[in-house]
Design a protein around this ligand. Sequence first.
Ligand code: PEP
Ligand code: MG
Length: 619
Amino acid sequence: MSRISPPPPQHKRLARSALAIAEPRAERLFTGIAVSAGIGIGPVFGTTEPDAVITRHKIQASDIAAEGARLEAAIIQSRRQLAKLRAKLAVLPEESQAEIAPMIDAYTRMLGPSRLIRGVRQRIEETLLSAESAVMVEAEAIGDAILAQAEPTLPAEDRAGLQRRADEICEIGRRLVRNLTRAPFRSFAGLPQGAVLVAESLRPADAALLDPSRLAGVVTEEGGADGHTAVMLRALGVPSVLGATGLAHVMKPGDTAIVDGATGRVVLNPGAGALTEAKRAVSAFTRERQRYAKLRRLPAETADGELIELQANLELPIEMPLIVQSGAVGIGLLRTEFLFMNRETIPDEAVQTETYRNIVETMHGDPVTIRVLDWGGEKEIEALTLAGVVPELVDTNPALGMRGIRLMLRRPELLETQFAAILRASAFGPVRVLLPMVTTVAEVRAAREVYDRVARRLRRRGERIPEKLPPLGIMIETPGAALSADALALESDFFAIGTNDLTAYTLAVDRSESDVAELYDPIHPAVLRLVQFATEAALRTRMPVSICGELAAAPHVAPLLLGLGVRSLSMNASAVPKVKQAIRSVKIDDCIRFARRVMEQGDAERIREMLETFSTETR
Ligand code: PEP
Ligand code: MG
């Protein structure tokens, strides 16, 4: 098998050339899923033009068959992506459909028995090029041949037509290379200051590379409300809309967009009216932020004096200043995936210790709950693939496969290194350790054995770790874990309820899939009953329980959660003031009575109405 090398001395890029003819730009409205509040206005920047930088790579004759199989797999994957896109076009106005559909059809045809695919196969077999190199070379050769026909004497429309065909070849070549390499193909180097980033899809690892200070907003055609990309964008505080079908395919360099991350509306090439309205909304949003900032020093206390623990989730170290300013008292969920992303090797104990220690020290004595690596599902991590820890080919059902604690127990060296780093960092401030995706008591017992063993080894090594080890808790994020919470409570030191995965697994809805986004509903009574069951199991054993899924960030849901007995919530830093305000305006007894009424309901819509009414009345 060939493998893509790190940035090569000699490389080629599949570059996108712009269409030659400028067209008047009409204002167009797109709607998607609102995932990160705020209004952004700026020039669009498309990442359908990824810098797929690859080495011109040779293979052995004995690899020809394997290389051909990789190409086949990439063709199938590309066809699937295009078919999905084609099916989604129905939500668009007719004129947009008429514009995008022929383009998608042309791409799809090129993935059939086309000159491109024939040429690629030939290059693999006859010149022993790797599949990605063969695609790149062949697409460029065809593109050049097409453009060579664009004589200056040809009418402008004919030249534009040739340019369009060359672009299409280039585009399909890029898609194939992307699917072949599965490498982090987003380069944000050329991102202009204040741009709106537009992509067909964005992986969590790509989002982790974004610099929020350079971005006005993000829009993608794929993605769900609580997928990890959404979680990451919220953490960065960038106004974002996901699942806005069609935008990436109709926008052109030089276009402007308004992104409204609270309503899910995206206006392409806004007219004067839309621009004025957006600017007004930006000012209102800034005023709201200033109002919330005043809450920072006030306690998260109900009107009748019950103190609630409000903490922040951390996805990326870049969020630390935001967390410190938010008024959060500690970090309730430190997702450690960022440490493993966008790098070629697995971080060792020293690197991990340093990172955790910095975070713990910055929190100045406020507690930090560090979750061990939760690989799996959409959280793709190259370093693990390159190290051979996880297979290159993804499972058919990755969300049901080797995720979270399952992988860590299968590869105990990973778990040992991470436990060791967390334990060493715990000498510098209060820490808790959290296990993801637990479904059985055996997993907790096995993890605790490793934990104790690592602690003994560190002590033998003379490392300074606390006398009493940090609490070892578990995520409750599958229906199985929620329903066996009473048994799990006997093995764990605390629960953190992850409503994102809990919703996905309970309702059988992919949390990052825009097609089924309407079905993804954390206030579905089935999810709430599981939250209630797990919370009560924890309270019976007087064990700490918190909610750290996105549900915790919804101010109008806070009274219900308090009424169910939850006293600790962890959320993205920007939600802390809003939730604090909601908490300060309710009384616990009212919340308990309200929760009782809500839990009698069987219909999510009715529950939504009740939540809205209750929060309006107590505002
Ligand atoms: C959850 O599933 O609710 C959770 C907090 O974990 P993550 O979003 O990282 O999967
Ligand atoms: Mg989860």
